[in-house]
Design a protein around this ligand. Structure first.
Ligand code: F6P
Length: 535
């Protein structure tokens, strides 16, 4: 098989990039009144305006040809039908099955995964009902008021992001807390705000071996015992549940089978928010809200598996990412939500994208020569605007931006706030694209009564190159349904990029190496003064 970079379609894109390198977006908009309508797309409650990209119809044609020769259709089918797409761990990656509303069974080997999922979802609903109705009580007979999620990575970032994003959809007054990194200071900050009599700890760990999570779990359970003065067995029975694929280990830990919620090896940690890992979210927004979240994702799954590449939102986002990374040599992608509620989307996407596609070996075991995965960074819009956006506008790096806006104001926002948010995002996108020429700057300065000499000098500093790409992703609202579609959109974008780059987006051997070194080094740290360990 020909190397990706040697393929005809890749080479055609390279030549095309050279031809359009000097393309100016200002001119493109001036010459073509239809650019916005041609380069925008609506799917359910998401609207994508990708007209501010350095692309033409030919670019899209060539990029979609690359998707086709990468056998993308076949790869999507393999993903969704439960083939072992995670080849290095010989596993499926069936996060889409968790939200699939089609009642027909789906088998991996002899196991109908839909039945496993349905039974886990029923258990989540039951637990949610028990806690909301106050049937579930702590050892002193008081109802649960605090939920503390102990988990890290995929067992933390999804619930954390969505609990915050969907704050306005809460159906209860439970308070949610997260302990992720291992640091007594963090634990202490949380423990001092909870009442042990009214707290339920959720130990979320697919492997049930992650050192940070297990250390935190043991520490909070010891704290509970000290606070409540009751047996370990009682604490575990009434104040602790586990979400894990390693039920035996959770049982050994002392957690009763009825308080263990399953996930399976066919669901990757960073794709697990749709599983029992989403229990904190179901507790927050209720079973109906959680179902709406799944439905939103399912709607995106259907669009992804059916729409032609040129009208397929995840595919377009993925191809644009490839266009910049592999043909303009960009290294970074900014995610800029103009919504406070979406600020934790950035770390969520950092894990989703960088842990999935930060790879250097192809599926065929060859070293690869092209970039995979951008460095994802960002900040909620207005904050970033008054911090690092200067570099986006005038820095030496070309950094594509995804601006994320919410069309409908949240109940809490005064309309004026919301108008400012929307206008800010649009101004940033326009400034990036439009820029300012030296003569425009000079004329403005002369109009502001600067001398000619001062205006000539200052104008040079005020030149903003423009022509910098961005997408504008507009969410109709911040509802569970829309958020489900948004997360699924990015999941599929990541999948498409991995499929074209011919890498395994579902393993993380680099992370595993750090885990492998840790026990021995920890042993040394415990015995020695830290300075002796440094090289
Ligand atoms: O960071 C590596 C990783 O394996 C992630 O993929 C995962 O989400 C996280 O650790 C937590 O793992 P676990 O759920 O097994 O504790």
């Amino acid at each position: 098989m020909t190397e990706l970079t040697e393929q005809r379609e890749w080479q055609a894109l390279k030549r095309h990039q050279e031809q359009i390198a000097s393309m100016q977006l200002r001119a493109c908009f001036a010459e073509d009144q239809t650019r916005f309508s041609r380069f925008s797309l609506e799917v359910g409650s998401l609207f994508l305006d990708y007209s501010r990209n350095r692309i033409s119809d030919e670019t899209l044609e060539l990029l979609t040809q690359l998707a086709t020769v990468s056998r993308l259709k076949e790869k999507i089918n393999a993903l969704m039908s439960g083939a072992s797409v995670n080849v290095t761990e010989n596993r499926a990656a069936l996060h889409t099955a968790l939200r699939n509303q089609d009642p027909s069974p789906l088998f991996i080997k002899d196991q109908n995964v839909k039945a496993l999922i349905a039974s886990a979802q029923e258990k989540m609903r039951q637990c949610t009902a028990d806690i909301h109705s106050q049937r579930w009580r702590g050892v002193t007979g008081k109802p649960i008021k605090h939920i503390v999620n102990i988990g890290i990575g995929g067992s933390y970032l999804g619930p954390k992001m969505l609990i915050d994003a969907l704050a306005d959809d809460a159906v209860c007054d439970l308070q949610f807390h997260f302990i992720s990194s291992v640091d007594a200071a963090h634990r202490q900050d949380i423990l001092q705000h909870i009442n042990p009599e009214q707290t339920l700890f959720i130990i979320s760990s697919k492997s049930f071996t992650t050192l940070e999570t297990m250390t935190n779990a043991k520490a909070v359970i010891a704290w509970m015992q000290a606070q409540l003065g009751v047996s370990l067995a009682l604490i575990l029975k009434q104040h602790v549940i586990a979400i894990t694929a390693a039920a035996d280990q959770a049982k050994q830990f002392g957690i009763a089978a009825e308080h263990i919620f399953p996930i399976w090896d066919f669901v990757g940690g960073r794709y697990s928010i749709w599983s029992a890992m989403g229990l904190p979210l179901m507790l927050k927004i209720g079973a109906a809200g959680f179902q709406a979240f799944l439905n939103g994702a399912y709607e995106m799954d259907q669009h992804f598996s059916q729409a032609p590449w040129s009208h397929n939102m995840p595919v377009l986002l993925a191809l644009l990412g490839i266009w910049y990374m592999n043909f303009f040599d960009t290294k970074v992608q900014a995610i800029v939500p103009y919504a406070h509620r979406l600020r934790y989307l950035i770390p969520y996407l950092q894990q989703a994208e960088m842990e999935s596609n930060g790879k250097n070996i192809s599926l065929r075991g060859k070293n690869i020569s092209y970039a995979t995965s951008a460095v994802i960074f960002g900040e909620e819009g207005c904050n970033g605007q008054h911090a690092y956006h200067q570099l986006l506008h005038q820095g030496q790096h070309l950094i594509p931006v995804d601006f994320i806006l919410v069309a409908k104001a949240q109940a809490l926002s005064r309309n004026d706030d919301h108008d400012i948010l929307i206008a800010s995002a649009l101004s940033q996108a326009k400034a990036l694209m439009w820029g300012k020429t030296e003569s425009e700057a000079y004329n403005e300065l002369i109009a502001a009564k600067y001398s000619q000499d001062a205006a000539s000098l200052l104008a040079k500093h005020q030149v903003v190159p423009g022509n910098r790409p961005s997408n504008l992703l507009v969410l109709q609202d911040l509802s569970p349904h829309t958020l489900g579609a948004l997360i699924a959109l990015y999941e599929h974008k990541i999948f498409v990029q991995g499929a074209i780059w011919e890498i395994n987006s579902f393993d993380q051997w680099g992370v595993e190496l750090g885990k492998q070194f840790l026990p021995a080094i920890l042993q040394q740290v415990r015995c020695e003064v830290i300075i002796h360990l440094l090289p």
